[in-house]
Write a protein that binds this ligand. Sequence first.
Ligand code: NAP
Length: 313
Amino acid sequence: MNAAPHFQRIALIGFGLIGGSIARGARAQGLVSEIVTTARSEKTRARVAELGIVDRVVATNAEAVRDADLVILCIPVGACGPVAAEIAPYLKKGAIVSDVGSVKGAIVRDMGPHIPDGVHFVPAHPVAGTEHSGPDSGFAELFINRWCILTPPEGTDAGAVNRLREFWAALGAKVEIMTPDHHDLVLAITSHLPHLIAYTIVGTADELAQVTSSEVIKFSAGGFRDFTRIAASDPTMWRDVFLSNKDAVLEMLGTFNEDLSKLTRAIRRGDGEALFEHFTRTRAIRRGIVEIGQDSAAPDFGRPHANLEKKAE
Ligand code: NAP
């Protein structure tokens, strides 16, 4: 049996990987009576209507939020401020406005001033995703066992924070509350820097004149392949992440460069002990991630391996 609806009407502005996954999950769990959605382009709106997951697809952001009890902006971080200004006059009193942006300080700064009195603003970031985007990429299970971080500004109504917490928990997420600054620092090292490194290494390999690109692809299973998945992430989303979490990313990048210099020195000096000690420590971190259920223990991320066919005698 489905749980009682937590919200009468929710509005999803943006229907890509995250918006589409929220809609599918909320529908599957019976969390809402009505889902209204919109997207920037006619093409995406037409596709969402075709998918038949939501109750109504409307043409404008203003129309989407009318009478909604929960409004979630599922759009790139850089678009959130202007969209908040656009929808502000149409928000229902008592509604909760949230987002899913991967950066939180900039969201609070850009959206906060537009939220009218009597409307609750509870920013959120589901720490879950894939390298795919667009209306077909979402799935109901995306948030199961993943963290969703809420960063309500000081003084936010506790009841509203709780309702959003329950909503995310019902989608399968584990919910934690922290300040926007702390969120941005933690995510800078766990998500933003790894993406920057992947974007760099894939670009560098591509530019190497002495290694033909066909060889880069041919021998990619040596490690490069795992970076290419991350480096295939949406360019708009990641441009906005780096522009809006500049300080924390630069801070982490400074530490990263120092550590890279230490490893460079160890290689140059032939210091096998230093390299071994470092790699042992990082291997333990991987084991810790598997132990707390944030990834599978299957070798090579569970990729299927072909069977070795027995040669005829
Ligand atoms: P996506 O698949 O590219 O979808 C973005 C959606 O936003 C599209 O429907 C797009 O419409 C719409 N949109 C863009 N600008 C808009 C505007 N001004 N008004 C209305 N709709 C607009 O992106 P996503 O991966 O779902 O990411 C959305 C947000 O989730 C980002 O803020 C990102 O930081 C956050 N996030 C992403 C991940 C991840 O792994 N992808 C994980 C956690 C959080 P069109 O299709 O018509 O352009």
